[in-house]
Design a protein around this ligand. Structure first.
Ligand code: ADP
Ligand code: MG
Length: 206
C-alpha cells in the first residue's frame, strides 16, 4: 500500500473522527493539568480542516497536509495549534512532489517534523508533552521495513509513550505551572498525538 492523496485524505478523516469521539476525554485530561480546551480546540480545527478539504481539490499528499496545517494554525490557538501546524507543515514539505510516498521518504519526513516540533516548543523526551508520543513513534517507523507494519508499530509506540506521561512531572507548556501536581495525569497532547498515529496505521493498512 502506498501513501497517495486519497489514503492521506482517509487518514485525516479518521483522525478528525477520533478527535470528535474523544473530545470530552481530551477536555477532561486538559482540565486536570491545563485549561480544559484541548478537546474543543482540536475538534474545531479538524472539523474546519474537513470543510476546507471538501471545498478544494488537493493535488497530492503534501497538499492535503498543508491545508490541514494552515487550518490548525489559524483555528486551534493555544500551544497545540502552532505545534500541530509545525508538525504537519514539515510533513507536507517532506512529501512535496510525491504523488505516492514510500516508507523511507515517509519516515524521513516524520523525523524532520518531530525535529521541527522540538525546535519550536523546546520539549525533550520526558517533559510530558506530545513529544513523548511522537519520538517513540518515529523511532519505530525508522526501524520498519514495511509501511503498514511500521505504522502499526509506530501507533503502539505512541500509545506506550502516551501512557508513560502519567507519572511524569510536566516541564513544558501550561501543565508545567503545576510542578509536582502534574504527576499522575496523562498528557492531553500526547493523547491526541496517539490518535494521529493510530489513525495513520488504520488509513495506511494493507
Ligand atoms: P494550551 O496549553 O495552550 O491550552 P492545548 O491545551 O491545546 O494548549 O495543548 C496542550 C498540549 O500541548 C499539552 O498537553 C502538550 O502535549 C502540548 N505542549 C504544550 N507545550 C508544549 C511544548 N513546548 N512542546 C511540545 N508540546 C507542548
Ligand atoms: Mg489547554
Amino acid at each position: 500500500m502506498a501513501i497517495d492523496r486519497d489514503a492521506t485524505l482517509r487518514w485525516i478523516e479518521l483522525f478528525a473522527a477520533q478527535i470528535e469521539l474523544h473530545r470530552e476525554q481530551l477536555v477532561q485530561l486538559d482540565a486536570a493539568i491545563g485549561d480544559g480546551d484541548h478537546g474543543t480546540n482540536m475538534n474545531r480545527g479538524m472539523q474546519r480542516s474537513l470543510e476546507k478539504l471538501r471545498a478544494t481539490e488537493q493535488a497530492d499528499p503534501s497538499a492535503v497536509l498543508k491545508t490541514v496545517a494552515m487550518t490548525l494554525i489559524s483555528t486551534v490557538g493555544g500551544a497545540a495549534g502552532p505545534l500541530y501546524g509545525t508538525l504537519l507543515l514539515a510533513l507536507a514539505s517532506g512529501l512535496a512532489g510525491h504523488a505516492e510516498v514510500d516508507l523511507p521518504t515517509y519516515a524521513a519526513a516524520w523525523r524532520a517534523s518531530v525535529d521541527g516540533v522540538q525546535a519550536r516548543g523546546g520539549a525533550q523526551l520526558g517533559d510530558k508533552t506530545m513529544v513523548d508520543a511522537l519520538v517513540p513513534a518515529v523511532d519505530a517507523l525508522e526501524q520498519a521495513t514495511d509501511l503498514s507494519a511500521g505504522l502499526q508499530a509506530a501507533a503502539a509506540a505512541a500509545e506506550q509513550g502516551m501512557l508513560a506521561t502519567t507519572p511524569l512531572e510536566a516541564r513544558k507548556g501550561r501543565a508545567s505551572y503545576l510542578g509536582e501536581r502534574s504527576v499522575g495525569h496523562q498528557d492531553p497532547g500526547a493523547t491526541s498525538t496517539y490518535y494521529l498515529l493510530e489513525s495513520a496505521a488504520e488509513a495506511f493498512a494493507s
